[in-house]
Design a protein around this ligand. Structure first.
Ligand SMILES: NC(=O)C1=CN([C@@H]2O[C@H](COP(=O)(O)OP(=O)(O)OC[C@H]3O[C@@H](n4cnc5c(N)ncnc54)[C@H](O)[C@@H]3O)[C@@H](O)[C@H]2O)C=CC1
Ligand SMILES: NCC(=O)COP(=O)(O)O
Length: 342
């Protein structure tokens, strides 16, 4: 069996993305795919020397086969930096470079040159400062680049608990927007699209037929019967009712504060949180460094790390590679699921 090609975009060059990529390449622990980094080869060589890592940077020519993983060797699809990159020092001049690495990986996945793309973290603010107004993250960029109307951000981690191993998956009804705008962004149509994508891709990639999804309310105590907000009564509950009639297994809307307790999570395949900081702090508390961020609803496979650019750690070789490993493993699993479905 050949291992899938995993295109690993190295992310913000001032952050820990290049470091983590090099640390994995230097490691003797096996990788789940034929990893090819997408980034500037000279920057990667310079960072390897700053980190004192012996990594041979192998630039691949167009059409050249991505080799099987080999400790100490990093195959690279080259994309040239716009300006020198110093660890910890953001430079808006490199914003277009970061986006060009994404474009290269997206194209590779769409052409079948790669089975999946895995993204090291980028810095949203510096991309905007670099002239890309309206940029809010990989998730939305991939949605637009792939020409789909809706995608779903889901973070997943495997938890070792006294009652056994459990997968905690948290998907989001809204992603990167100011909290002030969240309530208006939750519409019946949008919610239905998100839930359909979530159910479809849990089956497509993870073999979970008819998943049970627990849906959070938006307001405290899921609106307290309308006394603490009306979104549950007017938007969320009627949408869930409609989808239940179609056969979906949906619990809720449930108060988010108690939904994330072991008893309520029993038998639940995924939780849908209404907004970023309702769901992600819980997941990160339980599994930071061991979780992957997965974009559902795309025609290609994309996973990412559970953390950001950690500018404070760039160039120090102290960043934890755990989440990048999980992101690569999940990407390989999803690429295999996609291949089987063909
Ligand atoms: N997938 C992506 O591209 C993501 C990008 N970001 C972006 O990253 C930038 C910085 O975001 P922050 O909120 O500061 O979060 P952050 O995750 O970069 O840092 C938060 C804290 O976690 C630590 N940390 C992060 N990754 C670590 C690792 N691998 N090992 C050890 N410690 C680690 C950092 O040192 C810091 O103390 C923002 O622009 C944000 O949008 C954030 C999350 C995901
Ligand atoms: N908190 C997750 C995050 O910000 C990552 O976003 P994206 O860049 O993967 O869209």
């Amino acid at each position: 069996m050949t291992l899938p090609v995993l295109a690993l975009t190295t992310g913000e060059p001032a952050g820990i993305g290049p470091d983590l990529t090099l640390m994995l390449a230097a490691s003797r622990m096996p990788l789940p795919g034929r990893v090819v980094a997408v980034g500037d080869p000279d920057m990667l060589a310079e960072r390897a020397s700053q980190l004192r890592l012996a990594v041979d940077i192998k630039v691949l020519n167009p059409g050249q086969v991505v080799p099987d993983p080999c400790a100490g060797v990093l195959p690279v699809w080259p994309v040239a930096l716009q300006a020198q990159a110093l660890p910890g020092e953001l430079n808006p001049a490199n914003a277009s470079y970061v986006l060009a690495t994404l474009d290269r990986a997206i194209e590779a996945c769409r052409r079948g040159e790669a089975g999946a793309m895995v993204t090291a973290p980028l810095h949203k603010g510096v991309i905007i400062d670099g002239g890309h107004a309206g940029f809010t993250g990989h998730t939305e960029y991939l949605r637009d680049a792939c020409g789909v109307e809706e995608v779903v951000m889901m973070l997943a981690t495997r938890l070792d608990t006294p009652t056994g191993v459990h997968d905690l998956r948290v998907a989001l009804a809204t992603t990167h927007l100011p909290l002030r705008e969240v309530a208006d962004a939750i519409t019946g149509q949008g919610l239905a699209r998100v839930l359909r994508i979530l159910a479809m891709d849990l089956e497509r990639y993870f073999g979970i037929a008819a998943p049970r999804i627990a849906v959070c309310g938006l307001n405290p105590h899921a609106g307290e019967g309308g006394h603490l907000g009306l979104e549950e009564l007017e938007v969320i509950a009627p949408t869930l009712e409609r989808l239940r009639d179609e056969g979906m297994q949906l619990d809720g809307p449930l108060p988010a504060d108690t939904l994330f307790t072991p008893r309520h999570l029993e038998g639940v395949d995924a939780v849908l949180a209404m907004y970023h900081d309702q769901g992600l702090p819980v997941l990160k508390y339980a599994g930071f460094g061991r979780a992957a961020n997965i974009t559902l609803g795309l025609p290609i496979v994309r996973t990412s790390v559970d953390h950001g650019t950690a500018l404070d750690l760039a160039g120090t070789a102290t960043a934890d590679t755990g989440s990048l490993r999980v992101a690569l493993e999940v990407a390989a699993e999803m690429a295999a699921g996609q291949e089987m479905a063909r």
